[in-house]
Design a protein around this ligand. Structure first.
Ligand code: GLN
Ligand code: ZN
Length: 741
């Protein structure tokens, strides 16, 4: 009989208990013992749920106080010098994650970056010259003991040495650190063996990447060295293994986990794996909210089960960390949607049901069939975007032909902002009151209008050239559009950890997407009625709306994105008709959507760029299209960024001191650029000198006629005092420089 397990469970809690506890701890409202108690309660609850559902193992090691890569760093004694104290404790962990302030001295947090192609962020390990590794943090061993004491059959989840090394930052040849790291892993595994841990799920998701040869070569000897203590389930996810299949079977491990949701593997390949290996197949999607098609899996896996017998394991595709916790809490979803979804807790039941069906239990077989029939009956017809519309959608004139027609009457080096202004308590109260039904729609509109009027007035006083309405009506740049487009469902508690205590609540694409009516025109139009200066219409782009939502599984990401683009194209048309002369379409997520395998980047960028252009294609030559991206790594995607053909792009550059403009300059980027001149993540007010220096640097790469002046990103997380002070300095710097040109 097959065994069932998951790769990990969401640690945040069904009601975000861990988030609340962490934030109260950081505020000094609870002490460490109270925080520990919350963590322990969550772990016990999650183990109990796995056991109760009928899984064969509970997974231990997936809990983390902030992030599991950071927990691995502590386990291995990798603590940046600036955070090192006598002992490594929980405070060390939070210092690395959040930075620390100790009297006069402050130590910066480690960098955070995206976990493969997910929206989860991990803390980047920092290796120093001759980095030593040393078992330094007992959390993992303590939790193993804790779970065993509670009577659970434990399987340990552990980040593998090669992936851990790959994710870190090092000034030198990283693989040189491997021997030392491997001896530490040997000691670690010996300790787990002492604790009588039978299985370790050793995670090497870098096997989903196209690795340099020397990294591939490192795997076989590394695992030879680690083998022989606990049983090792080499665990991969997020994509298929590509050409690594050719050497896979030489690995000294006891089994492998493959993500069949991200890429199916044919039976012959599976049956060709070493006969003593366990084969764990990830079939329940850990990254989405849809119920699994159990009848399909039953048919697919039955023949394999016959051949593999007890060697077959059934698992989640990846950790359930990326899925919301419990569907049962959702009281506002329609029954139809509820029947088609499975959140983390429901996914446990799916695995066990499939396991029982594969074992021939007729009741389970019937239940699988029934669920799948229900899924099929309720599925919307997949309507791919109209291909003709997609293909014919380009702005008719080139940038050089369009731009003289864009009569905006702007000075050289025009100043603007990225869209949002401070989300004050008053603004939040307005939205909350409306949502809770405490104020009627007319009152709500009046209140939002007054927030807009305030933003316009302040911008005029500051002296900005191109204004924005400030986004007071938006809770979130994607959820807002998901609420107003047809085809999305929204949840109440569908939170997923993004990093530390931060969670996001992605909307779910449940149907074909359309736009019942104009979404933003009344706000932008109202803002424009208050001023003669141009007010930018403000939209979130199709790639970003798609990337930050849960997609349906019966259409490709490209098809969903094109549907969104067609809806946005109508919005662009309406904005234009209602008087907007500039429309910004934000695409901060284009880069993160890149496939893990570089050889697939071209295809992705083609449709991502195509979707953006589709959304912008209703713009007349006279309408200026802006876009915004909040990152600074453009080197390898610059041709695609240029292909977006936005009239102006605003990007993050302040933290990298404009270094990236080298690339834009070298590439001869043809259109307008607004490289961010100050970092909005910091509450500090930039000096005029600093902004002038950055602008002068920018002018070395971009002619003044195409240079814009703006902050790095939106200002919603700042307060008005900081915002006004910083923007005033920015406007002063721009006008002083303008006089010198
Ligand atoms: N217009 C959005 C804002 O200013 C853009 C945010 C983003 O790029 N992440 O908030
Ligand atoms: Zn941004």
């Amino acid at each position: 009989m097959a065994q069932a397990h998951i790769l990990g469970y969401p640690r945040i809690g069904d009601k975000r208990q861990l988030k609340r506890a962490l934030e109260r701890y950081w505020q000094g409202e609870i002490d460490q013992t109270q925080l520990q108690a919350v963590g322990s309660e969550l772990r016990h609850r999650h183990w109990q749920q796995q056991k109760q559902a009928g899984l064969d193992y509970v997974t231990v090691g997936d809990f983390a106080w902030y992030d599991h890569v950071l927990a691995t760093s502590l386990l291995l004694g990798v603590v940046p010098k600036r955070h090192r104290k006598e002992t490594i404790d929980l405070q060390t962990l939070f210092d690395i994650a959040r930075g620390s302030q100790d009297g006069c001295c402050s130590a910066a947090a480690s960098d955070m970056t995206k976990w493969f192609n997910t929206n989860y962020h991990y803390l980047v390990p920092e290796f120093e010259q001759y980095q030593k590794f040393e078992l330094s943090w007992t959390q993992l061993f303590d939790e193993v003991e804790e779970a065993q004491a509670a009577g659970h059959r434990v399987k340990v989840s552990l980040l593998g040495p090669l992936t851990y090394l790959w994710l870190g930052r090092y000034d030198g040849e990283k693989l040189r650190l491997l021997p030392e790291l491997l001896s530490t892993y040997q000691r670690l595994l010996a300790k787990l063996k002492q604790q009588q841990v039978q299985w370790v799920q050793i995670e090497e998701p870098i096997l989903a990447l196209e690795l340099p040869q020397e990294w591939q070569n490192a795997f076989i000897p590394a695992y030879q060295q680690l083998h022989g203590q606990c049983k090792l389930l080499l665990t991969t996810y997020f994509d298929g293994l590509g050409s690594h299949w050719s050497w896979l079977e030489q690995l000294a491990v006891d089994g492998i986990h493959l993500d069949l949701v991200a890429g199916d593997v044919d039976d012959q390949q599976l049956l060709g794996l070493p006969r003593h290996w366990v084969i764990s197949l990830g079939i329940v999607n850990g990254r989405n909210v849809w119920a699994a098609d159990l009848a399909k899996w039953l048919a697919r896996l039955s023949p394999l089960q016959q051949q593999l017998g007890f060697r077959l394991w059934l698992g989640s595709s990846c950790s359930l960390l990326h899925a919301p916790v419990d569907l049962e809490l959702e009281t506002e979803l329609t029954d139809e949607h509820r029947q088609r979804f499975a959140f983390a807790k429901q996914k446990l039941d799916e695995l066990v049901l499939l396991k029982r069906a594969l074992a021939g239990e007729s009741e389970a077989i019937a239940a699988c069939q029934q669920r799948s029939q229900r899924l099929a009956a309720k599925a919307p017809a997949p309507v791919p975007a109209n291909t003709q519309a997609v293909e014919s959608a380009v702005r008719p004139l080139s940038y050089a032909e369009r731009s003289p027609q864009q009569q905006l009457n702007l000075p050289l080096l025009p100043t603007t902002t990225i869209g949002s202004f401070p989300q004050t308590n008053a603004i939040r109260a307005t939205r909350a009151d409306f949502k809770a039904g405490r104020i009627a729609e007319t009152e709500y509109r009046l209140q939002i209008q007054s927030h807009i009027a305030e933003a316009i007035q302040r911008q005029q006083e500051i002296g900005l050239d191109v204004l924005v309405h400030g986004e007071a009506e938006r809770n979130d740049m994607v959820e807002y559009f998901a609420e107003h487009l047809q085809g999305f469902a929204l949840t109440q508690f569908g939170w997923v950890q993004s990093y530390g205590s931060r969670c996001v609540k992605p909307a779910i694409v449940v149907d074909n997407i359309s736009r019942p009516e104009a979404i933003t025109t009344s706000w932008t139009g109202y803002a424009q009625s208050l001023t003669d200066k141009p007010v930018k219409g403000m939209l979130t782009g199709p790639v970003t709306i798609m990337a930050w939502s849960f997609p349906r599984e019966d259409l490709s990401r490209q098809q969903i994105t094109e549907q969104i683009a067609l809806a946005l194209r109508e919005e662009v048309g309406d904005l234009q008709r209602s008087g907007a002369r500039i429309i910004q379409i934000d695409e901060p997520a284009i880069r993160e959507g890149l496939p893990l395998k570089r050889s697939q980047w071209g295809d992705y960028l083609d449709w991502a760029v195509g979707s953006f252009k589709l959304a912008a294609s209703s713009a007349l030559p006279q309408t200026q299209i802006h876009t915004h991206m909040c990152y600074s790594e453009f080197n390898d995607i610059l041709p695609a960024v240029a292909a977006l053909d936005a009239d102006v792009i605003t990007i993050e550059t302040a933290r990298s001191e404009m270094a990236l403009l080298d690339a834009f300059g070298e590439f001869d980027y043809p259109n307008g650029i607004g490289p961010g001149v100050y970092d909005i993540h910091s509450p500090n007010i930039p000096s005029e000198q600093a902004i002038t220096t950055l602008l002068k640097k920018a002018l070395q790469h971009i002619p003044a006629e195409r240079l814009w002046v703006n902050p790095d990103c939106g200002l919603k997380t700042r307060n008005w005092q900081q915002t006004e002070a910083a923007l005033t300095v920015m406007v002063q710097a721009a006008s002083a420089l303008r006089r010198q040109l």
